[in-house]
Design a protein around this ligand. Structure first.
Ligand SMILES: [Zn+2]
Length: 222
């Protein structure tokens, strides 16, 4: 049995996971979750079946006017994508996360999240789930409203940047079990969406689950 299948069985059985100090969240394809990550904890995002994008936003736990910012991160790293070793900055130019591990090596920090307007205006589809809906639902317990949600980090998204500075939207190269690991540098409210987009190549036309692990021990870095 694969590691991901074991996690699914444990979750289905109501078990908390194999190790103390670990938390696992199974995010069904097209849905989202939110949780608190403490400074020093690792956040591991697993692409269970492959080709799935993980939209990721975060707020400083102590002050919701500070959030994880793609704009400030781009300005800090002087690059249009993120990779292992990068520190992801807040709108107050403080590091919130560091990328420790990345199996896929393709991440997008340019494009917006999907929302109901995207599906209604561009695809003529009403009532489609969206990353904005997922974030809004997941962050509601913290009093964070829809209008406060910042542009996301789109982990695993395959948006290649071309020589003429246009960029694409292609099927992700993530394989089953591929993961990205972040070290949390600031107590944060985190939300992750398994992007529901099934009408273009963004998720291989088939949204699928993510597993999120919040890990206490830095010694468990893969
Ligand atoms: Zn989306």
């Amino acid at each position: 049995m694969s590691e991901e299948a074991k996690v699914r069985d444990q979750l289905a059985a109501g078990e908390s996971g194999p190790d103390l100090g670990r938390r696992e969240i199974l995010v069904p394809g097209g849905h989202g979750t939110a949780f608190v990550a403490r400074a020093g904890q690792l956040v591991e995002i697993v692409d269970v079946e492959g080709q799935q994008v993980a939209d990721f936003v975060a707020f400083a736990e102590r002050n919701r006017t500070e959030w994880l910012s793609t704009t400030h991160t781009r300005s800090a790293i002087l690059r249009l994508t993120v990779e292992v070793g990068d520190r992801l900055e807040s709108n107050w130019r403080r590091p919130m996360f560091e990328i420790l591990h990345d199996d896929v090596g393709r991440n997008d920090i340019i494009t917006s999240m999907c929302d109901d307007r995207r599906y209604r205006l561009d695809y003529k589809v009403e009532g489609h789930r969206s990353c904005r809906t997922n974030f809004t639902e997941a962050l509601e317990p913290w009093g964070i409203g829809e209008w406060q949600i910042p542009d996301p980090f789109n982990f695993f998204q395959n948006a290649p940047i071309h020589r003429d500075r246009t960029f694409g939207n292609e099927i992700p190269s993530g394989r089953p079990g591929d993961k990205l690991v972040l070290r949390t540098l600031m107590d944060a409210i985190v939300s992750v969406s398994a992007c529901p987009q099934d009408l273009n190549p963004c998720n291989g036309f088939h949204p699928s689950p993510l597993v999120i692990r919040i890990i206490d021990s830095p010694g468990e870095v893969p």
